[in-house]
Design a binder for this molecule. Sequence first.
Ligand SMILES: Cc1cc2nc3c(=O)[nH]c(=O)nc-3n(C[C@H](O)[C@H](O)[C@H](O)COP(=O)(O)O)c2cc1C
Length: 209
Amino acid sequence: MQDHGLKTAVIYGSARRERRGINAARFIVNQLGNRGHTVSLVDTEEYQLPMLDLMHKEYDDGKAPQAMQEVADILASADGYVIVSGEYNHSVPPALKNLLDHYQSEYLYKPSAIVTYSAGPFGGVRGLINLRGILAELGTPSIPSAFPVSVVQKSFDKNGEAIDEAYEKRVKRFLDEYEWYACALRNAREKETCDSEQPVQQGLCRGTG
Ligand SMILES: Cc1cc2nc3c(=O)[nH]c(=O)nc-3n(C[C@H](O)[C@H](O)[C@H](O)COP(=O)(O)O)c2cc1C
């Protein structure tokens, strides 16, 4: 096990009663745990947020709903995020997007890595394209590699074990790359290897840049 001390939040969002992607999320949680990460699974079924009205930052201190605060604390303490997303009509599931949109500063200067899946053969790659833009705007740019999963319902069991061993080989390269970015940005945030000040985060799309 590696001694990098990284904390990673795995974010999964499907509100469907027969959802299939949870097994892929558990696979990623297991893999990160095996690699020495402190892992939190942020599952929209466990953390049921309202449809977006107030963002977390818009509540007075201590006034946010408990689940919203718990997610904020997990996101704030993480060094990076692995987003596990299905593809709904070529885009992102609404439960996942709703959760992501509640937060902002928690994500800044940390990387994300994208896992997509679908019931069919294309692995959710059209949702992936949308998700890259969303994560960039949130301030957690995604690493170049992604991890698409085809036929998700037959790829992992309910304990998150891979039914097809090929996924264990593929995930190693994907998580190697994620860890490089997570370590590099953590070092930069802590100014151990990077002297420059963090630039003010631009908000061009919000008119605040
Ligand atoms: C509303 C909806 C839209 C979907 N759109 C797509 C799609 O655009 N492309 C695709 O490959 N699969 C699509 N699917 C099938 C999903 O890949 C499949 O149902 C998957 O299991 C959904 O993830 P979940 O079970 O974790 O909710 C869609 C499913 C739903 C419910």
